[in-house]
Design a protein around this ligand. Structure first.
Ligand code: AMP
Length: 196
């Protein structure tokens, strides 16, 4: 039997592109025994099954633009509810991506879905840029040239700085140094949750 984990079980993970968010989200979810919910995956699943919602978000996904908030919400809320029933919580990866989404998520408190903790994996813009550039040829992402990478990082800054401020003001933001080795970052994140 895995050890019983108390403490926050509804988490939001925030990090610039290239900071290693998905890897850490997987590890956190596994350790907590909760569901790792990656919004990109949820939306791609809708597109693949050609649901009305999938058809509505397909264009945004194709162009790498954010899908409309109401559609993303309607895609993700059932998954959040299922995660709560199944695993008693979630690690959200890729949501919220802007302040309206953060506010909408906080507004789900009547259903017990509001996040208890927002963990930010802090990696500088320069380091993310370096990592993304190094990774692009390996992943065969020819669309990932310096220009698109800079654009992604700038969009992140514009959309996510208000989200980070929002969680700071709510008193639920914790920041860890993401420029360490991946295992050390995991330890720092576990530490924030009182886990070893
Ligand atoms: P990702 O897998 O996180 O890179 O997301 C892939 C694509 O899904 C993004 O380029 C957006 O088009 C869409 N997407 C993911 N998360 C969100 C979100 N929270 N809000 C709007 N669109 C999103």
């Amino acid at each position: 039997m895995p050890p019983v984990v108390t403490g926050p079980r509804r988490l939001v993970l925030l990090a610039r592109p290239g900071a290693g968010k998905s890897t850490q989200a997987e590890r956190l979810a596994a350790r907590l025994g909760v569901v790792h919910l990656a919004t990109g995956d949820v939306l791609r699943r809708e597109v693949a099954s050609a649901t009305p919602l999938g058809r509505a978000v397909a264009e945004a996904l194709e162009h790498g633009e954010l899908a409309p908030d109401e559609l993303v919400m309607s895609a993700i809320v059932p998954d959040l509810e299922e995660a709560l029933t199944r695993g008693g919580g979630f690690v959200l990866d890729g949501f919220p991506r802007d302040l309206p989404q953060a506010r909408a998520l906080a507004g789900l408190s009547a259903r017990g879905l509001e996040p208890q903790l927002a963990l930010e994996i802090d990696v500088s813009v320069a380091e993310c840029r370096r990592r993304l550039l190094a990774r692009a040829p390996l992943e065969g992402r020819n669309d990932d040239n310096a220009e698109t990478i800079d654009h992604r990082l700038a969009s992140y800054e514009a959309e996510m700085a208000p989200v980070i401020d929002f969680y700071r003001e709510e008193g639920i933001l914790r920041v860890v140094d993401g420029e360490r080795a991946p295992d050390e970052v995991t330890k720092l994140l576990f530490g924030e949750l009182g886990l070893d």
